[in-house]
Ligand binder design. Sequence first.
Ligand SMILES: C[S@@+](CC[C@H](N)C(=O)[O-])C[C@H]1O[C@@H](n2cnc3c(N)ncnc32)[C@H](O)[C@@H]1O
Length: 276
Amino acid sequence: MDREKPHLGTVQETLLIPLYARAVENGREQPLLRDTRAEEIVAALDYDFARFDELPSLTGTLLRARLFDRWVSDFLSTHPGGTVVEIGTGLNTRYERVDNGRARWFELDLPDVIDLRGRFFTDTPRRTTIAGSVTDGAWVEAVASQAADGPHLFVAEAVLPYLDAADVHRVVDLLADRFPGSLLALDTAGPGFFDTQEQHDALSKVTARMRWYCPDPAHLAGWLPGTEVLASHTLTSLPEPLLAELPLPYQQMIADLAVQQLPQVEGYHLNILHLP
Ligand SMILES: C[S@@+](CC[C@H](N)C(=O)[O-])C[C@H]1O[C@@H](n2cnc3c(N)ncnc32)[C@H](O)[C@@H]1O
């Protein structure tokens, strides 16, 4: 079969990094996660993935995916019929990994990504893709018109740091306004991580750069009165129950990393907010 060249904009290209991480991991004996679909997609795309081979940060993207998967699973065990909205979904396979057979899913990304995604994934009555920018309120109305009741969990994994701060504020305002009481999972790039992105092993291989600098995720609670930061983790301070589930070599790797307290690791946070 002829492989397909992905025609993606600058920030959109970054989706190929976590995709490749999941594809490679799928081939390991003791993986952080299984993702056969990612392996198939990588094989179908004509792209120089070798540039990402053996990069340490690929493991970081997998640990992040595991924590975000867990937050979605926790949400669905409390709210089996709830709504999950993947913001900047890329070619992610979270639905394949954690869907419970009842929840309502929306997967939003820019039009060129949704076009590519359409070659590999199909909508169903419970699963809807939306083409558009997260900064444009139209998608919010699309979700509200099809799944008004909620509760809603919005998952923005490795997306918001690529927007500028004013746009991130706008997104949070939009969500709190239209879906009060919803949850938002997001990552933040702070000191040591944001300012070393030119040297970042994977980002330095693509053109996109992060624009939103968040010095401390605790500050997010001050954006809108009533916002709560329910949890905030670094890759070296993952929740104990998640850590205990990881293959032992990864637990050891994280313990070694924690001792080093590297600014480029400790400056990156995975957070979940309860919006007012
Ligand atoms: C690093 S990728 C992460 C993809 C996916 N969340 C994952 O973890 O595999 C960043 C994603 O954010 C999307 N993105 C960036 N800016 C966006 C915007 N304004 N609206 C919607 N999606 C956006 C990109 O197209 C890309 O798919």
